[in-house]
Design a protein around this ligand. Structure first.
Ligand code: CAA
Length: 302
C-alpha cells in the first residue's frame, strides 16, 4: 500500500497499482476519539438536528441574547457536534447558522475581559477553533446577520458562505485593543485582498454587507428573503452535496483546500493523486456508467 496524506489530515491508502476496483479510502481519525452521536446530546450553546431525510446536519448557534458570542462552552459544543456529524455514516454535509439576529458577534468579550497572557496561552482558546478546518465533510455557513470578529473567522473556516440580506462581515477587534485571533489576519486577506483586509482589520469599522461580501468573493451569493429562506437554501445546497458520492466529496474538499497550503505545482500533484484515487471508488464507476446509460447514479458511498 502507498500512503498519501495531505495537510488537512485526509489520509488515503492507495493500492500499489491503481488497478484495484476498490480503494481503502479511510480517513485518519487519530485526532478524534470515537465521537458520539451529536443528535442524542444535550448541548449548552448550540442546537443540532438532522434534515433532508437525515443526510444533512444542521447546527444553530444558540446564544441569541448575546448575539451568539463565542464562549468556550460554545466552542466545545460546536467542535464536538461537528466531529460527531463528520463521523456519522448518514450525514453528507453540514449547515452552520446562528439563532436570532446574528451568525455570531465574535468571541465572548465578557469571558475574555479578565484573562491574562498566561491564561490565554494555556487555554485551548482560540487555537482549538482551528479544529473546524479538520472536518472532512463540507460545511455551509448560512450567515443571517452579524458575523463579526470570531464570527467572521468561523464563517471563513466554512467551505461555502451563503449570505442573508442582513449579513454583515467585519473584524472589529482593534477597537477592543486586540487583533483577530481565530485566523482572520491570515484568511481574510486571501478572500478580499490585502488592501481591503487591512482596512477592515486596522480600522475595525469597515464592515462588508451581503452584496459587497459577494462581490469580493467572501460569500458565494446573497439569498433574498427571511432567515428561514436563507437556512432552507443552505439546506438545499447541503442536500445536493449529500447526494453525491461521500468519499468523492471529501476528496474534492481536500483537493480544493490544498490550494491554500501549497504552491500551484504541489497542489496540482496532490490533485493528480486524489483524482487517481477516485478511480478506485465504486461510486466513480457507477457515476460514469449511469451517465452512459442515461440514468441517475446510485452512489453507495464507497
Ligand atoms: N461578546 C459578549 N457579548 C456580546 C458580544 C460579544 N462579542 N456582542 C454582543 N454582545 C452582547 C451585548 O453585550 C448585549 O448584551 P446585554 O444585553 O447584556 O448588554 C447583547 O449581546 C446585544 O448586543 P448589543 O446591545 O450591543 O446589540 P446592538 O444591535 O446594539 O449591536 C453589535 C450589535 C454591533 C454586533 C455589537 O453588539 C457589538 O459591537 N458587539 C461586539 C462585536 C465585536 O467586537 N466582536 C469581536 C469580539 S473579539 C474577537 O472575536 C476576538 C477573536 O478574534 C478571537
Amino acid at each position: 500500500m502507498i500512503q498519501y496524506a495531505n495537510q488537512q489530515g485526509l489520509q488515503l491508502d492507495f493500492p500499489k497499482s491503481f488497478t484495484s476496483s476498490r480503494i481503502s479510502c479511510h480517513i485518519s481519525e487519530s485526532r478524534v476519539q470515537a465521537p458520539s452521536d451529536p443528535f442524542s446530546k444535550k448541548y449548552r450553546c448550540i442546537e443540532v438536528s438532522a434534515v433532508e431525510q437525515g443526510t444533512v446536519g444542521l447546527i444553530s448557534l444558540n446564544r441569541p441574547d448575546v448575539l451568539n458570542a463565542l464562549s468556550e462552552d460554545l466552542m466545545h459544543d460546536l467542535i464536538d457536534a461537528l466531529q460527531g456529524l463528520d463521523a456519522s455514516q448518514e450525514i453528507g454535509a453540514i449547515v452552520l447558522t446562528g439563532k436570532g439576529k446574528a451568525f455570531a458577534a465574535g468571541a465572548d468579550i465578557k469571558e475574555l475581559k479578565d484573562k491574562d497572557i498566561v491564561s490565554i496561552f494555556m487555554s485551548p482558546f482560540p487555537s482549538k477553533w482551528n479544529d473546524i478546518m479538520k472536518i472532512k465533510k463540507p460545511i455551509i455557513a448560512a450567515v443571517n446577520g452579524y458575523a463579526l470578529g470570531g464570527g467572521c473567522e468561523v464563517a471563513l473556516m466554512c467551505d461555502i458562505i451563503l449570505a442573508g440580506e442582513k449579513a454583515v462581515f467585519g473584524q472589529p477587534e482593534l477597537k477592543l485593543g486586540t487583533i483577530p485571533g481565530m485566523g482572520g489576519t491570515q484568511r481574510l486577506i486571501r478572500e478580499v485582498g490585502k488592501s481591503r483586509a487591512m482596512e477592515m482589520i486596522l480600522t475595525g469599522s469597515y464592515f462588508l454587507d451581503a452584496q459587497e461580501a459577494c462581490q469580493r468573493g467572501l460569500a458565494s451569493r446573497v439569498v433574498a428573503g427571511s432567515n428561514a429562506d436563507l437556512i432552507n437554501e443552505a439546506i438545499s445546497v447541503a442536500g445536493k452535496i449529500a447526494k453525491q458520492s461521500r468519499p468523492a466529496v471529501i476528496i474534492a474538499k481536500a483537493a480544493v483546500n490544498s490550494a491554500y497550503e501549497t504552491s500551484l505545482q504541489e497542489g496540482l500533484k496532490q490533485e493528480k493523486a486524489l483524482f487517481g484515487a477516485t478511480f478506485a471508488l465504486a461510486d466513480r464507476k457507477e457515476g460514469m456508467s449511469a451517465f452512459i446509460e442515461k440514468r441517475e447514479p446510485q452512489f453507495v458511498h464507497k
